[in-house]
Design a protein around this ligand. Sequence first.
Ligand SMILES: [Zn+2]
Length: 1086
Amino acid sequence: MGGETKPTMPSLSHYPKLAAGPKGKQITNIYRDRLRQFTDGGQYYAQGLMDKIVEAKASGDDHVKLQVYSPKGQSRPSFKEATSNKFQSTHVGESFGPSWSTHWFKVQIAVPSQLRKHEHIEFHWDSNSEAMIWTEKGDVVHGLTGGGERTEWILPKNMLDGEEHTFYVEMACNNMFGNAPGDVIQPPNPNRYFQLSKAEIVAINLEARALYFDFWIIGDAAREFPEDGWESHEALQLCNEIMDAFIAGDGSKESIVQCRELARKYIGNVDSEKVYDGDEEAIVNGVGHCHIDTCWLWPWAETKRKVARSWSSQCDLMDRYPELRFCCSQAQQYKWLKEYYPSLFDRVKEKVKKGTFQPIGGSWVEHDTNMPSGESLVRQFLYGQRFFESHFGERCKTFWLPDTFGYSTQLPQLCRLAGMEWFFTQKLSWNNINNFPHTTFNWVALDGSQVICHMAPAETYTAEAHFGDVKRSVSQHKSLDQDRTSLLIFGKGDGGGGPTFEHIEKLRRCRGLSDKTGLLPRVKMGGSVDDFFAGLEKKIEAGTDLVTWYGELYFELHRGTYTTQANNKRNNRKSEILLHDIEYVATLASIKEGKKSDYKYPKKEIDEMWEAVLLCQFHDCLPGSSIEMCYDDTDKLYKEVFETGERVLADALSALGFDDSRADGQLVGLNTLPWPRSEMVELPKTAGLPRYGIAAGDLGLVHVSPLTAAGVSTASVKELGNEAFELSNSSLVVGISQGTITSIYDVVAQREIVPKGSKANQLVVFDDKPLYWQAWDVEVFHLDSRKELYPTKSSVTERGPHRVAVVTETKVSEDSWVRTTISLSAASENVPSMVEMEAEVEWREKMKFLKVEFPVDVINTEASYETQFGIVKRPTHYNTTWDMAKFEVCCHKWADLSESNYGVSILNDSKYGFATCGNLMRLSLLRAPKAPDAHADMGRHHIRYAILPHSGPLSSATVRAAFNFNNPLKLYSHPSPLTVAPLLSAFHISGPDAASLVIDTVKRGEDDEDVSRGGLPPRKGRSIVVRLYDALGGKCKARLNWGGLKVRKASRCNVLEDDLEECEIGDKGMDIVVRAFEVVSFRLQL
Ligand SMILES: [Zn+2]
């Protein structure tokens, strides 16, 4: 053996034996940074892709002839008015202004033959401002926003014939965010001019444009996917290959096609909506949206145009991108569109029918939820849902408030009562102290009602539809334990706009990438927000158990909005109370039996007043975060509300026989609140009448007896020297020293309320410079700058015997002062006594915050605050960061700190900001931010507030006193009051738990045949809607009485006045059961 060898096979491998040369490891960051060269507008622009997108252009007089008409001042004429004027020749390069002016352009184009051979022709307009394209006939076709935001309009086919065609451009001298001088929240610059920098016909290379989006998204994958996965590396290699191919082909059309072929390796074919056809589960639901602030850095008048601009562009996009679904809220904006742009409204209606344009939200505007009254929240839904139902045949299912500054605790209940089970927002992502822990959860109201709440994990309602937005829809999703789906709400917003074609193109690529390469969450289009929530509901049915959040969604930012623009807030409160009275009196007047009356329930006026009040509750309006122009507008609108309101109220009273002009009239107090009242009133200055009277009595009409000096109950004042005084009545003894209250002694309870050495009614100012958002925020550190204000003099202004008062003047600075009257009236039987303050303030400060303090001898770790239809409790300590974050909170008519057997309530007539820190209660009065309104709150203010000590815990005494304080008895004259007394006292509640229940609203049924204004089908007969709630938080058994009214049938209904169930009625009333903090409405059919 040996010597045998197997023959060696020659190697078949092509792997070269010898190395060709050195090849280094790619330095990732350098090859990644290189990508910018391809699509960047910098020094390599001409060598990159961007230069290839525009293939040819035509401009100048031969192709784009421009003429302009500039209306005077800030007028915004209609198309018809504007185009009937003489136009003058103008050209690109010219500037137009000043801020807020309007300029109409007549544009005559003729597309030259060398452009017509290209596949895609657009008109590009950039006036560096907002603008809108109108057809020659007067239809809006497209919105434009300068600065490259949205500057293209695809020319319709009929304009490509080489002939001359005319259209108009309405240019507005403001941009998307008004006329801010750089820093967006600074007051607008009134003198801005806008240069028309572009008006041209452009041929586009669609493949080059498509490659731009391919490259953007694959580049994002290279940049944003983790380096420890293959996906980012492959993306980077591919992007470099694309650049190399482009360079090799010298940027030719063919090389661009080849580049796109390369891109498909990573993202697949993304050239149509078919990219969404795959049947694998997509978890990110892309829905287009356009947040249009109804006013903010621009006035309402501009918003009307923003709506037309934004929505016309969206209709156009829907025609080009079948997968686009676009949702928009705020019935008011739809109403404006209908009124000012009827043909566009019809176009929107068509899209709504098709399901592509989706009305959402169910409310009149996207309102603030902290400050409007409970009934205002109800009306936001009632007016909103009725508009949507009457114009689009359907109500909204999702309550939509992405941008409002915190969400009050009864919203879930009201949503359910307005036919909505779902709620979308995201604003809590702005919290600057604590991170809100949920994305998808059940949000639970005071009464236990719940809605499914979703807060988009991309943490925006104006997403640019970036790769990162899609990625964050999972990486920032906080409820993945329960569910992985989410909404991605994209489109330019705040100043309007909505999705652009870029957004939709990017999303197609994101989806393509998920399917072809993976890793990125799969996004889908074509569904609605309602579809998303319906999906969640199905999962809940199948056992998904969402976590819960009970009570308010307190927003840990923008706490200054409870105080800023005091006048506007005061008008809100006053108009809510006026509307309450009008509806109450007009309802009774309209059903008055007896001789035929021609009185008709003033539904039109009531609707107009409510719509105005609801509009002013918009989330930048009532909170005080708009520019000065907006408050000039609201002042005018509120003035109209008050004028109409007083007139309508007078008509209703007159229909009930009240007549102040008759000599034989009897003076009576009108009590529109559902409980007995007894209070001191000032009598009309008629000969023979003393200054005061006591109005006391049950419901409706209250008997007035003039108070003579010999009256039993009195109030007196002692001057103790050195600016010290003692006011007393039979319940309270009040010590005043140097304008502050050093003692309040409750004679009956034998208890001192002001801790020894403390001063109540102490005015304090704070330095108030938040981190950025001036009008919005008051930041926690302002508390460190507390400064007490000292009075200059005090004197007695009323010496009894029925009312005593001391007035104190306090200087805030050289320019500002406060004149406070502290008064005490003679105690009335069965009515708790309170110390009343009336402050007149001249306020000329800069970035200061004025508050008034009430240290009280009460210990509790929680204080109570009135909120809509209930009470919200908040800590009085700073144990955790969640507790501390509530260093300034919202209250309505009262705040209360009580022990088990005694407490103190602070009432107010027009304020919403409050704080309770330990035993110190503090009412916020006035702020002085300088942005976005440089004059916010400057000038004269009148503020009323009161200290109400009470025996026992917080009770109906506080609730009722605060209602009374805000709705003082008004005196009228009636020749035969007994004839209407039964009618005016018809509604009341009796029974063991009656004290907890408040009848908040009495109104006529919306669709009663004698009330209905069309829109929705009328209902036969007359009905009255009575809305009541449990104000204290306990199940109540009681009887709702309607006196002599002939009620034939009663139904429990929701706030939209749909009958839910018929009630068993008795003679003159029916038994009711109301859950803790439940809001209940009944429709009584007469
Ligand atoms: Zn907003």
